[in-house]
Design a protein around this ligand. Structure first.
Ligand code: MD3
Ligand code: FE
Length: 202
């Protein structure tokens, strides 16, 4: 079912529950080309979340965070976004009321038990008018959803395997994060959570 948790933030519960195998196959094909990595934050910390990506890729170093079409090391383009992920992003954005959506960037986050993502805003994309589509697979997690100020009280929203959330409009710049993922086992995904975010970055 469809649940609007805030203006512009729509949860499509179980939207991809029946497509786990195809989505995981797409994730694996990307990870085979862009192996999981733990980025370093501009502050010098190593993130507990492992990341891979396709389309416009993501980098973080002492100069900050940025998106790039190419791998700075090899000079080659990052792999293309698999068609199943493009189709999912478009359908989810449409269902959530944002109209057609063609992302140019896809970030894949892997949370092993204990991994977390501290409260942050996504503001490195060029066009905040475009929504972000996020897909949760595997172990459940508690999502923290705050306001436009870091100090605003954050709500806790459980996210389960197969849930898709579309973030746009007034919620696009809200602070958000993921609490440490609890130990567990998911029959399809194993002992971690995978989150896929589809964005218009450049
Ligand atoms: C709300 N990922 O990659 S997805 C991220 O579960 C990120 O891996 C989390 O935050 C994860 O940046 C949360 C949900 C999400 C993504 C982008 C948002 C929520 C958002 C942008 C604005 C507001
Ligand atoms: Fe984020």
């Amino acid at each position: 079912w469809r649940e609007e948790i805030a203006p512009g933030a729509v949860v499509l519960h179980g939207f991809v529950r029946d497509h786990g195998p195809e989505l995981l196959a797409a994730v694996r094909s990307v990870v085979a080309q862009v192996p999981w990595r733990h980025l370093t934050t501009p502050g010098g910390y190593t993130m507990s979340v492992a990341m891979s990506w396709c389309g416009n890729g993501w980098t973080s170093d002492s100069r900050g965070y940025r998106y790039a079409e190419r791998d700075a090391g090899s000079g080659r383009r990052w792999p293309a976004i698999p068609p199943i992920l493009l189709a999912l992003a478009d359908e989810a954005a449409l269902q959530a009321g944002f109209g057609h959506f063609t992302p140019d960037s896809c970030l894949i986050n892997r949370y092993d038990p204990g991994s977390k993502l501290s409260l942050h805003q996504d503001k490195d994309e060029r066009d905040f008018g475009a929504p972000i589509v996020s897909v949760s697979l595997g172990l459940p997690a508690v999502f923290q959803f705050g306001g436009l100020q870091r100090s605003d009280r954050a709500r806790r929203i459980p996210l389960a395997h197969g849930d898709v959330v579309v973030w746009g409009g007034p919620s696009r710049l809200c602070f958000h994060g993921i609490l440490p993922v609890k130990e567990g086992y998911h029959s399809l995904v194993g002992s971690h959570r995978i989150n896929i975010t589809l964005r218009k970055a450049l």
